[in-house]
Structure formats: C-alpha cells, structure tokens
Write a protein that binds this ligand. Structure first.
Ligand code: GLU
Length: 268
C-alpha cells in the first residue's frame, strides 16, 4: 500500500522521470536530458554523424559542465517549438535551450533562466524577390510560413491575420523547403535562426527588412525550481564573463554575417 501511494505521488509531481529533486541534485547523478533544436544551423544542428553543434549546444554544454555533467552524460532530446512546455512539465527533459523566448504566458507553466540572447523576429524570402520588404508588404495573396507554438506565429496572427495566409509547420526545415519550392512566399521567425538558413542557401534565400520584435531567449526549466534557476543563471553569467559566450557566437553565428550583439543582462 505504501509503495502504491509513493508511486502515485511521483506521477503527480510531473512524469515518470521527475523524482521531485531540483536540477542541481539531479545533476549529481552525472546525467542530464537536454531539450534542444535539431534543425537550426549555427544554433543547434544535429549532424549526419549524430553529433550536435551550434551556439545553443555550447550554452547547454556549458551549463551542464557547471552542474558537474560532462558531454558524455548528456542525452539530447529534440524540442520542437510546440512541445517545449510539455517536455519540461512531464519531466522528459531537465532543461530546454531552444530559441525559447521568455513570455508571460509560458512563465505560467515553466521557469526561465537568462536571458542569454536577444533576437528579433524577421522574414526570410527568396533572394530574387524584390516585392517583400517587411511584414507590412504581406497581403492576402501571399503565403507566410511559421512554426507551430512559436511566438512568431502568434505575432503574425495577432498583427497581420487579415492580410496574409499563414501556414504552420512543426519543423523549421519544413518552412524552408516550402519557401525554396515556392509554396510559400516568406517564412517568419527570429533573425538569428533565419540567418542560418540564409547562409545554408546562399544566393537562394535572404532576410527582408528589419527585425520587428525582441525575443529574449531563456533556458526553460521546471516551474518553481529556484535552486536550478539560480545555478543556470550563475553558469550563464560565467559563460559571458570568461569569453565563451562571445567565442561560441563568433564561431557558429558570425559566419552568417549576423552582427553579434552585446550580451544581455541576466536576471538576478
Ligand atoms: N523565439 C521564438 C519562440 O520561442 C521563435 C523561435 C522558436 O519557436 O523556436 O517562439
């Protein structure tokens, strides 16, 4: 009877893998499951050999290291935009580093450390398209692609819903494919993400116009894990201080021509 009660309590705490300990204590086992994007060149890309590379991969590894977990102890899990809150709440990942904007709505479900980067929503178009110069040039004849569960889709729906036909996919790369093939005329997401695709398809795709929102990227973790939150903030601060933050951005994002901003102030 006691055993049954205990397992029910654990299940109620948020999933089979969530044993109720804070992040710092869980990391003492030497293993972490980290949610990350798999299809964003420069930020977090899963390569054909199964390895992961990019600025966000470096951020995740840096945090893990500060928590005492080496790269060999990390299990990478794909965290598509619409899945991030659920992955955290169900205890399927220990934290998420996945171009995850800090918003009040999301803060009701998860906690955010950071921000560790500030990006701006923008448009990606075909390189030879001279008609689209910004979101205001989108109209009812144009099809725009975005990813489900992203702030980009929400913003466009709220601001330009009457002017443009929005198509939403789970994966960023599905939007890129649709844009290359001409099924849609533009894709909207954060400039730093789009810059990676513009580099991958140089001469075929380019960014249009100026950024039109501020997207403060946070590390998502279980709501109310104050100890975990503080530990991640400390790691992010140190990553900025010792030069690793800028070094990683210069290596992975710099080649796209994206101008590396100053690091944002991390919430205390
Ligand atoms: N940063 C935005 C968001 O968190 C767009 C990018 C994404 O969905 O990963 O929704």
């Amino acid at each position: 009877m006691i055993v049954i009660t205990a397992s029910l309590t654990l299940a109620a705490c948020g999933g089979a893998d969530d044993d109720g300990r804070n992040l710092v204590d869980r990391a003492k086992d030497g293993q972490l499951r980290i949610g990350i994007k798999f299809d964003q060149p420069g930020l977090a890309l899963k390569k054909p050999d199964g390895s992961h590379a990019g600025f966000e991969v470096d951020v995740a590894k840096y945090i893990a290291k500060q928590l005492g977990v080496n790269e060999s102890g990390i299990t990478w899990k794909e965290a598509q935009s619409a899945q991030r809150e659920e992955l955290i709440k169900k205890g399927e990942v220990d934290f998420v580093v996945a171009t995850y904007s800090i918003t009040d709505k999301r803060k009701k479900e998860v906690s955010f450390a950071g921000p560790y980067f500030v990006a701006h929503q923008n448009l990606l178009i075909r390189a030879n398209d001279n008609d689209i110069t910004g979101p205001e040039s989108l109209n009812a004849h144009r099809k725009l692609c975005s990813t489900k569960g992203s702030t980009s889709a929400q913003y466009v729906k709220a601001t330009y819903a009457n002017d443009v036909q929005l198509q939403e996919f789970d994966k960023f790369t599905d939007c890129v494919t649709a844009l290359l093939s001409g099924t849609v005329q533009a894709m909207t997401s954060d400039d730093v993400i789009l810059a990676g695709y513009a580099t991958q398809y140089k001469g075929k795709l380019r960014l249009a116009g100026k950024g039109f929102t501020d997207e403060r990227y946070g590390v998502g973790l279980r709501k109310d894990d104050k100890v975990g939150l503080e530990a991640i903030n400390k790691a992010l601060h140190q990553m900025q201080q010792d030069g690793s933050w800028r070094g990683s951005l210069e290596t992975h994002v710099g080649p796209s021509g994206y101008s590396i901003p100053e690091p944002p102030a991390i919430a205390p």
